[in-house]
Design a protein around this ligand. Structure first.
Ligand SMILES: [Zn+2]
Length: 253
């Protein structure tokens, strides 16, 4: 048996028996890990109650090599409960949207330390209570980073078919199914299922992808660009998830 200590975010949790919980975490060092929290709902539990979604914590558990049973959580220390995020509904919604994307896109059994770091930074940025108008660039940085780190990033700097780079401020057409932008020569069907995207928006997406959300707090975007980029990510996630995200944050404004 090996004892593992790593940082973690709870992706989901369900009650188990009378006093226990089963929780799935995204961890910095081990990817997704399911743990059983024995007796955690007992009033006198040493683990301080059940797990809350979106808590950033440090967990210790015993990993049994080759064992099929779920390892028990031994110790948990909450590093941040994000109180600033929790008292505003729009910020909570953004946090839950992130969880939904992580649950859907992070493969089992894969270490994703970069994505873990980006997720923690996004929650920390939400916890600073940015004005509602400043939320979009942070969310775009997360969405772009998530797509890149899970292998779903779209090509935006050249045509996916002929590899020609778009010139100047050309209006672009993006096809999530084909993996990125398609130039007018390579488009076989003008009325196809393309997402329109301005060159400025495409450059912005590439610039924001994977950027530290905390550093984007001072940034506001022109409304037309924000709408353009919002539509781009909505359509891209619709393609990747094969359904609209349930917690679609931004498009409901
Ligand atoms: Zn082309």
């Amino acid at each position: 048996m090996a004892r593992v200590t790593t940082e973690a975010l709870a992706l989901r949790r369900t009650p188990f028996r009378e006093t226990s919980q089963i929780a799935e975490f995204l961890t910095r060092d081990r990817g997704r890990v399911g743990l059983i929290l024995k007796g955690v709902m007992r009033p006198k539990s040493r683990m301080g109650g059940g797990v809350d979604l979106l808590d950033h914590c440090r967990v210790t558990y015993t990993a049994r090599r080759g064992s099929r049973s779920m390892p028990p959580l031994v110790e948990r220390q909450v590093l941040s409960h994000h109180p600033g995020m929790r008292h505003r509904e729009d910020l909570m919604r953004a946090g839950l949207y992130m969880l939904e994307l992580l649950r859907a896109l992070v493969p089992e059994g894969q270490r994703v330390p970069g994505l873990f770091g980006l997720s923690v930074a996004f929650l920390a940025a939400l916890d600073t209570e940015p004005e509602p108008g400043r939320l979009a660039p942070m969310t775009f940085a997360l969405e772009g980073g998530l797509l890149r780190m899970t292998g779903f990033e779209l090509v935006l700097d050249r045509c996916v078919s002929c590899h020609r780079r778009p010139e100047g401020s050309m209006a672009l057409r993006c096809d999530p199914q084909r993996g990125g932008i398609v130039c007018s020569t390579c488009r076989d069907d003008e009325d196809g299922n393309y997402v329109p995207l301005s060159s400025a928006s495409a450059r912005l997406i590439m610039g924001l992808t994977g950027a530290d959300p905390l550093r984007l707090r001072g940034l506001t975007l022109p409304e037309n660009i924000e709408n353009d980029v919002r539509r781009f990510f909505d359509r891209t996630f619709l393609h990747v998830l094969e359904r609209p995200p349930r917690a679609a944050v931004m498009s409901q404004r």
